[in-house]
Design a protein around this ligand. Structure first.
Ligand code: ADP
Length: 559
């Protein structure tokens, strides 16, 4: 039966316990601060006295201050001394740590290992890693450093415990980083290998396509060459070598020998312009043939070869021998020149006779109609012959005329007036800025303007409206002829000013030679002006030309 205690007895017991606690705390404090060098510990074999041989105060303070745990054990593994860090580590109040067997804080699976470590520690200074479990059940990795100490009553084992949690965490992080690094390295390696494969494949493709290119280039009867981005020759095909007698290296230094002296400067300038403006090169020059040393006309073109980003990486050029065609054309021009000249004399007398007939009194009405028709046909014929003569003059570089200041507004107005008589079914509107004084040849400008008006009427379809505009534009005068007729596609607009060129297949459907615009553009060029067309199929065309204003020139006429 349990003995019941009265109030006084309980009070006495409480006081006793309080005293014991105070005594224990004082003892601990005294040990830690070095005030005592010995203490009595209750063990299974009764009370035991422990003293430290070298109870150095300084060392104890160190031990208290250091962040590692420090314990001292007796042979039975009972904790004789612990610093407060160790107590904190295992989560047990410091007052309770002393006297406890340390094995209580070793997880079961490590108990064997710990035993071996302590045995070794008793023998000599040693170290080892192990997990300790705290009072709250947490496993903490520690590095244990064992040293046996000589105490008065025998040896004790001191253990310094370093918490490895942070270090282990760092090691884990490091390992993770290493793994990531290794994965990245592997990925880079793989990518590199793939890249190498692609490069190898591309190189193979490139070699094959180069071989194809060479095979093709060497087996067609056209001269083919390539140049670097800055225009230096770096490949010539077999035909080039056969024609010039030079390979690529020789050709690089023989440029002035290969081109006719009269063509060198112009051709180099044209090539440099194409390089600078990064656009297709087109040119004609005389190119020396090795076999007989003759210079033959060649038509040459080169297109820039661009990469995926649109940067030019090379130029690919071709030369075509056009000497025979050019000579044929020259012969034709010569023939046209002579023929039109020869035709002009009988035509002039024919015109004279017809005019004489017109004034005959006894002409029947029927004959009068024939005379009018003959006059109109003769006028058309004269127009054609004049065009042919002009064209051959242009080809021979003989289209020259005097220039002077003239009232462009008046000239345009006069042409509009004439056109209203010529094309009575048309509504011809003029939009003229007053008093434009241009510099040029008024007869030739009239010829250009009448050609544009005639075309506007001729290619009007069923839209019988024409607008004629003259205005000042900065330093030049600008004349435009606007129609709403059949118009033309872009590709035609680029070629329309060339000799004999006719758009929309007009060769077979409309009378004409395809010379009017060629002559007009040459006349305007001779005036240092410009001629343009803007057109849309089935919507109409705007032909414009510019002329210098008289204010820019000296009052005296030139050539
Ligand atoms: P021609 O009229 O004798 O053919 P041109 O040199 O005057 O010669 O004109 C060349 C070509 O340009 C014409 O054949 C025609 O196809 C086209 N052309 C000229 N003017 C116009 C225009 N106003 N509208 C549509 N096409 C035009």
């Amino acid at each position: 039966m349990k003995e019941t205690k009265n109030y006084e007895e309980l009070l006495e017991e409480l006081e006793d316990l309080k005293f014991q606690l105070k005594e224990a705390n004082e003892t601990l404090h005294a040990i830690r601060t070095g005030q005592i060098d010995a203490l009595v510990v209750e063990t299974e074999d009764g009370p035991q006295l422990y003293t430290l041989k070298s109870a150095d105060h300084t060392y104890r303070v160190f031990i208290e201050k250091m962040k590692e745990g420090a314990v001292t054990l007796n042979r039975k593994g009972i904790i004789l001394y612990s610093n407060s860090q160790f107590a904190d580590m295992i989560d047990v109040p410091l007052a309770k740590v002393i006297g406890l067997p340390i094995i209580d804080f070793i997880p079961d699976q490590y108990k064997g290992k710990f035993k071996k470590m302590t045995e070794q520690g008793w023998e000599s200074d040693s170290k080892g890693e192990i997990f300790l479990k705290s009072n709250s059940g947490k496993s903490i990795p520690f590095l244990l450093s064992f040293t046996s100490l000589e105490l008065d009553e025998g040896t004790a084992l001191s253990i310094i415990l370093t918490d490895l949690t942070l270090q282990k965490e760092n090691e884990k992080q490091l390992e993770l980083k290493n793994q990531q690094l290794e994965a990245a390295r592997l990925a880079a390696y793989k990518m590199n290998e793939e890249l190498e494969d692609i490069v190898e494949e591309r190189t193979k493709d490139l070699l094959i396509s180069r071989e194809y290119f060479k095979l093709l280039a060497d087996n067609i009867p056209v001269i083919i060459w390539t140049a670097t981005i800055d225009g230096k020759l770096d490949y010539v095909n077999r035909r080039w070598v056969e024609y010039t007698g030079f390979d690529v290296e020789e050709s690089k230094t023989k440029q002035s020998e290969l081109l006719h002296t009269d063509d060198v400067e112009r051709s180099i300038a044209e090539w440099q312009t194409a390089l600078k403006e990064k656009r297709k090169y087109e040119g004609e020059f005389r190119f020396k043939r090795a076999i007989d040393g003759t210079y033959r006309w060649h038509y040459s073109q080169a297109i820039p070869f661009k990469d995926e980003q649109g940067n030019i990486t090379a130029w690919i050029g071709t030369n075509i021998d056009i000497d025979d065609q050019k000579k044929e054309l020259e012969k034709k021009d010569e023939f046209i020149g002579v023929a039109s000249h020869e035709l002009k004399t009988p035509l002039t007398s024919l015109k004279g006779y017809i005019q004489l007939m017109e004034f005959q009194d006894n002409l029947s009405d029927e004959a009068k109609i024939y005379v009018t028709k003959a006059t109109s046909s003769i006028n058309k014929l004269q127009h054609l012959i004049d065009e042919l003569l002009d064209a051959s003059k242009i080809k021979a570089g003989k289209l020259k005329f005097k220039k002077h200041a003239f009232n462009l507004t008046q000239l345009v107005s006069l042409c509009v007036e004439n056109s209203t008589y010529m094309y009575p079914s048309f509504k011809i509107k003029k939009e003229l800025q007053e008093g434009i004084i241009a510099y040029g040849n008024d007869e030739r400008i009239e010829q250009v303007l009448m050609n544009l008006i005639n075309n506007a009427a001729k290619y009007s379809g069923d839209k019988k409206e024409i607008i004629i505009r003259a205005e000042k534009n900065n330093d030049s005068a600008m004349v435009s002829v606007i129609d709403f007729g059949i118009g033309m596609v872009n590709s035609d607009q680029e070629l329309i000013f060339e000799r004999f060129y006719r758009a929309n297949g007009h060769e077979s459907t409309m009378p004409g030679l395809g010379m009017g615009l060629y002559i007009s553009s040459e006349i305007i060029k001779e005036h240092k002006g410009e001629i343009h067309v803007k057109s849309k199929l089935n919507e109409g065309s705007v032909f414009s030309f510019s002329l210098p204003l008289a204010t820019q020139f000296a009052q005296t006429s030139d050539d």
